[in-house]
Each structure stands twice: as C-alpha cells, then as structure tokens.
Design a binder for this molecule. Structure first.
Ligand SMILES: *Cc1c(COP(=O)(O)O)cnc(C)c1O
Length: 357
C-alpha cells in the first residue's frame, strides 16, 4: 500500500515497530519521562513562548478543538471564526453547540484570506479568533503572522488549529502570538491516530485555570495539573504516546522542525512539478505544503480515487460534500519519498492513456 492521504499517513519503520510491542503500564516514572520528553520537543518544534504547557489528549483532533472551545470561551465572549471549508465549519458548529456568540468570516473553497477581508472585522469588540492554519479540505494556508498581528491589535485570544500545518508549514507560535495551537498524531507527526496535542501559551494557561469548565474529560486545568508529573488524568493512548516519542526524536536527529518542514515542502513541490502536464487544475490560491488539492478537468475526482485504490493499490484522499466529484487531494506528509510521487504520477499517466482521466 502507498498512502498519499492526509491522515493516517505512512509511518517510519521505527514508529511501526513500537506498534508491535506490548503496551506498558503507565503510572510509572519511566512513562512520565517519555511524556516530559514529548512535551519538551513539542514546545521546541512549535516555537512556543517561554512558560507554555502541553496537553496530550487521547482523542482525535476534533476533540481538542472542542476542548479548547469549552475551556477558553464562554457566553461573555465574541468570537470570529474563519470558515473556508469543512474544518473551519467545524469551529462554527462548536460555537453553535456551546452557544458562544460568534461571527463567521466566510471564504469560498480554495480562497485565501487577505488582509482586506480580515480587517473588515477590525475594532468590533471580538475577544477570540478561531482558525485552521491549513484548511485541509482544500489545502489553503492562511497567514498565521498576519492574523496574529490583527489579534494583537484587537487584543483577541488567538486559537490556531495547526492539525495539518504543524511540521508541514512554517509556524512560529511565539512570534505570531498564538495563545493556543492544536495538532494531531496522524498528520505530519506521522503516527497512528488517537492522540491530539494542545499547546497553551502562558496567557492560555491562565485562562483555562481561571475559568470553570463544564466537562470532566475535557477539563484542561486537570490535564495540565497531571502533566506537572508527566501524567494524564485518565488512561492515555500509551502506545501512541511512545510512538510520538520516537518520531519526535527522529525529527530532532535530522535537524528539527525546520528540516522536516523543508522536506515536506520539497515533497509537495516535486509532486506539483510532476503533474504539470496532466489535465488537472490546482484548487488552492495559497497552497499549504501538506496537501495538494487537484481538480481533474475531464474526469470524476471520486472515480480517480477509487481506481487508484482498487487497481493500483495507491490511496489518495477523496473530498467530501460538494467537492466529492470535482476535487481530490494528494498528501505530502508522512513517510513518503520523491520516488513515491513518481509511482503515483506514473499511475495517473497510465490512467490518462487508458482514457480514464
Ligand atoms: C485532520 C484535521 C482535523 C481533525 O482531525 P480528526 O483527528 O479527524 O478529528 C482538524 N483540523 C484540521 C485542520 C485537520 O486537518
């Protein structure tokens, strides 16, 4: 199997080997040590400001989006949500469920967020902003620095969903001034799904420890208190946290986050170059490194996904909703090489020859 989806993605052999081991008991100094190492490297790779804390959550990244919304906002807030696709829309739904007053900045699918559009919302009393830095449904990358400047000027609590952007696109949490960043184990971290990570800047730590949250599992104050001893309130996905440990050390050994981001960027560039002469169009106005959204001009996007899966053993990522038949996505994260791109592009060329594209 060759997997070009945006998660779960291909894992390194070392990460896979851990998956085959027995899962150890975790209320031990040994496991706490693993958690402290994970915390240290996560803070380093996200370029988190001094005094930031990490919450390792056993849930998919949507659970962490929910945890952040319930811990950081309440009825007294007025939140701006950037909604340019299905992940942005998920934040809108969370605000609706928890009855948090919000305004939606709608973007068309594939459209980038310009300064002009953002500053339409300047000085309007917003207290929070929710954004997916890479809107993975179309692979649009938003400018975390520009949004950070807007938030600083407006004194807005700034939440970055970096689920697919972390380790794939440039992100400097301290410099852009994000209060919270969220990521997940199954995207560029290239581990199995099941763990999501929330980094809280000191401003966010203060916020979650001073507010009352109506949730037991998603009580971030409780999570942070346990993390002081390298532990979690409840049984975490121990095996995946051990795999994350190996993976973070692998990245550190070959140059850290910047080197990994450069590797993913080169993987994306190689793919985009190799499909230049195929009857495809790019969808995103400001493409993220982690994924390329492709519109096949003469063929059904979902058929291409199915044919690659069934006839070639290659997985790309189909789109849902209104884009199901017009757009497919190719991921550049995980344990992939330029040669793997060639295998995929050769399969696409083969399909073109047979009249399927
Ligand atoms: C994948 C993804 C999520 C949600 O991930 P789950 O782990 O499926 O809950 C959230 N936001 C973005 C930007 C993503 O790419």
């Amino acid at each position: 199997m060759l997997n070009f989806t945006v998660g779960p993605v291909m894992c390194s052999d070392e990460v896979r080997a851990i998956g085959g081991e027995q899962v150890p008991y975790f209320r031990t100094p040994e496991f706490s040590e693993v958690m402290f190492e994970n915390e240290e490297l996560m803070l380093k790779f996200a370029k988190a400001p001094e005094g930031s804390k990490v919450a390792f959550m056993t849930n998919s990244a949507t659970g962490s989006m929910e945890a952040v919304v319930v811990n950081c906002f309440d009825a007294s807030d007025k939140v701006l949500v950037i909604d340019g696709g299905s992940f942005g829309h998920r934040f809108v739904e969370l605000c609706e469920i928890y009855e948090i007053s919000h305004t939606v900045l709608n973007l068309n699918q594939g459209q980038k967020l310009t300064r002009e559009r953002l500053y339409e919302y300047n000085r309007q009393g917003f207290t929070g902003l929710l954004v997916n830095i890479d809107e993975t449904s179309t692979g649009v990358l938003y400018d975390s620095e520009m949004i950070g400047e807007f938030c600083r000027e407006n004194n807005i609590f700034y939440v970055c969903d970096c689920v697919s952007a972390f380790l794939a696109d440039f992100f400097d949490m301290a410099h852009c001034g994000a209060d919270v960043m969220i990521t997940g184990s199954q995207k560029a971290l290239a581990c199995p799904p099941g763990v999501s990570i929330i980094i809280l800047a000191p401003s966010a730590v203060e916020r979650v420890t001073s507010r009352k949250v109506r949730s037991m599992y998603f009580n971030l104050m409780d999570v942070l208190k346990n993390m002081e001893r390298g532990q979690t309130p409840f049984t975490p996905a121990v095996g995946i946290l051990r795999q994350i440990n190996i993976r973070l050390k692998e990245i550190e050994a070959v140059g850290g986050a910047d080197a990994e981001i450069a590797r993913v960027a080169a993987q994306a560039e190689d793919f985009r170059f190799k499909i230049k002469n195929l009857p495809f169009e790019f969808v995103s106005e400001s493409p993220a490194n982690g994924v390329t959204s492709v519109h096949p001009i003469n063929a059904d996007a979902y058929n291409i996904f199915e044919t690659l899966k069934d006839e070639y053993g290659i997985w790309i990522c189909p789109n849902g909703g209104s884009l199901k038949h017009t757009v497919f996505r190719v991921g550049h994260i995980g344990y992939l090489t330029h040669y793997d791109n060639t295998v995929l592009v050769d399969a696409l060329k083969d399909m073109l020859e047979w009249g399927f594209i």
